[in-house]
Design a protein around this ligand. Structure first.
Ligand code: SF4
Length: 202
């Protein structure tokens, strides 16, 4: 598959790709992306809805104990670790008062790795990034952009070379949505996919 055929199909499916995590404050995005590891965005939105409404500032969130955070997020996976990370992130961000456009700082926050930092940099600061989540990792292989043996870093590197830099953030969001709703892990919708005779899955 060449780049143009991929971008044009993704554009036809997702004209305006959006982040499906709900947030109204910059720090809420950091917290929600951390919470979304190995959990659906819907699950995260469900637990943060009341939490962010009731505690609508870093100062208010900081009044919560880890146990209290657990009580809000206990329906999502790894909630104990995530509650600790949540508390740690709130404390660190409160120290400086804002979310900086700084990958090194973001990756130093508890529970925040390269992928989470990339999502935050792309959505809050429009920094060209490629966050390789499980969907992007799987779809890139099926589309023949990466090879079976490529790890996450190699995948990111290849995606950055394959697509133009000014396309990275848009294509990244589109690949996530494509993997979530079309090129799913099980039973992908191949009948309607224009790549079905070249796809590496077949
Ligand atoms: S043919 Fe199926 S597996 Fe291949 S890219 Fe399309 S939806 Fe995904």
């Amino acid at each position: 598959m060449n780049k143009e055929s991929i971008t044009s199909y993704l554009d036809s499916l997702f004209e305006d790709p959006i982040c499906e995590l709900n947030y109204t404050k910059d720090y809420e995005l950091v917290l929600s992306v951390m919470l979304s590891a190995q959990t659906t965005d819907k699950g995260v939105n469900r637990v943060t809805k009341e939490l962010y409404k009731k505690y609508d500032s870093l100062e208010k969130l900081n009044t919560l104990s880890v146990k209290e955070i657990e009580s809000y997020i206990k329906s999502i996976g790894f909630y104990r670790n995530k509650s600790l990370n949540f508390k740690g992130i709130v404390e660190r961000l409160l120290e400086i008062g804002y979310v900086p456009n700084d990958r090194k700082f973001l990756e130093s926050l508890p529970g925040v790795g390269r992928k989470t930092a990339s999502v935050v940099l792309a959505h809050l600061f429009n920094e060209p990034s490629f966050a390789v989540d499980t969907h992007v990792y799987r779809v890139s292989k099926r589309l023949g952009i990466t090879k079976e043996k490529d790890d996450v870093l190699k995948t990111e590197d290849k995606l950055k070379k394959f697509f133009n830099k000014d396309e990275w953030n848009r294509v990244n969001s589109q690949l996530v949505l494509f993997g979530r709703y079309y090129c799913t892990s099980k039973k992908p919708k191949c009948d309607r996919c224009p790549f079905n005779n070249k796809c590496k899955k077949r």
